[in-house]
Design a protein around this ligand. Sequence first.
Ligand code: GTP
Ligand code: MG
Length: 370
Amino acid sequence: SESLTVAELAKKLGREPSEIIKKLFMLGVMATINQELDKDAIELICAEYEVEVEEEILVDKTDLEVYFEPEDETLQEERPPVVTIMGHVDHGKTTLLDSIRNTKVTAGEAGGITQHIGAYQVVENGKKITFLDTPGHAAFTTMRARGAKVTDLAIIVVAADDGVMPQTVEAINHAKAAEVPIIIAVNKMDKPSANPDRVMQELTEHGLVPEAWGGETIFVPISALKGEGIDALLEMILLVSEVGELKANPARRAIGTVIEAELDKGRGSVATLLVQDGTLHVGDPIVVGNTFGRVRAMVNDLGRRVKDAGPSTPVEITGLNDVPQAGDRFVVFEDEKTARQVGETRATSALQVQRSEKTRVTLDNLFDQL
Ligand code: GTP
Ligand code: MG
């Protein structure tokens, strides 16, 4: 198709849609934000901005946001928080993730076989919490580099016998840059050498002042190894989440982010998706990064087949025609035809960018490729 909507063109030009609409109006064209513009109109607008039509402008590798529908806030409901655990090497991140999963997941879900899909959900006081169990740093660096914001809250684990270390500081900086609230889990409290006061003192120097000392940072003493303090930690997560008023609209078409993906011998492309808004259904036409398909089967973190996945839910899906990358965004489309079109265009564009990062193309040959 030789067209872009006003919104898409605005995005590619790095302008506000309203500005493009105004320019079009000056040129005698009445347009709305979702209006399809033909080649001539696009060229006119590009000329207005003295923009040479280059691949960088017309090829958008990772950003699917243009296809997101505007949010109807009246339909939004509370959604579970998505939590990432970070901290210095050996301070107990994996032990904590395992401890939360073991005490919370298997207890209530008899018969459910937990499987590794890169994220899991637990229930505390009747409320769900989603944990990403990909390494915390990766969740922040890879995903954020790709423009995805997946985390609502960061748990920073600090071993009470070791104190603040370089990667602790790095984790604090990641969380601050992402503007997500931080909860400090002071771990290894079972050790005789544990010194939580030292941890509080050291973190105060990094601007994280404990509530006990008049600050705002929540510190929770835990022993990940012995499973102590886990409930208190989960309750604090819920408390902090409530303040954040996390909302989503379960009735809309799903959007979200790829947590991990791989090629499975038997099942083909397998991707763990975090649904961030809307509800994902089996059968949905979907574009994921530069690939597309139809959701063939969905499996939750307990290894159970599910038909629907609401906001903040991690699910593993099959049915994509290629393997996406962690951090890729996904969008569900109304019909398969559009999903295919968008997916194929993005795949072609991505290939071309790979082949020649900087080659200039004219609108003519770009549209020939579409
Ligand atoms: P990396 O993934 O290598 O960065 O480490 P990690 O942060 O995931 O730490 P991990 O959970 O692997 O724990 C490191 C070591 O600390 C292991 O030997 C754990 O058994 C031990 N450990 C973790 N939590 C506790 C705890 O609460 N008490 C004690 N005594 N040991 C703990
Ligand atoms: Mg680990």
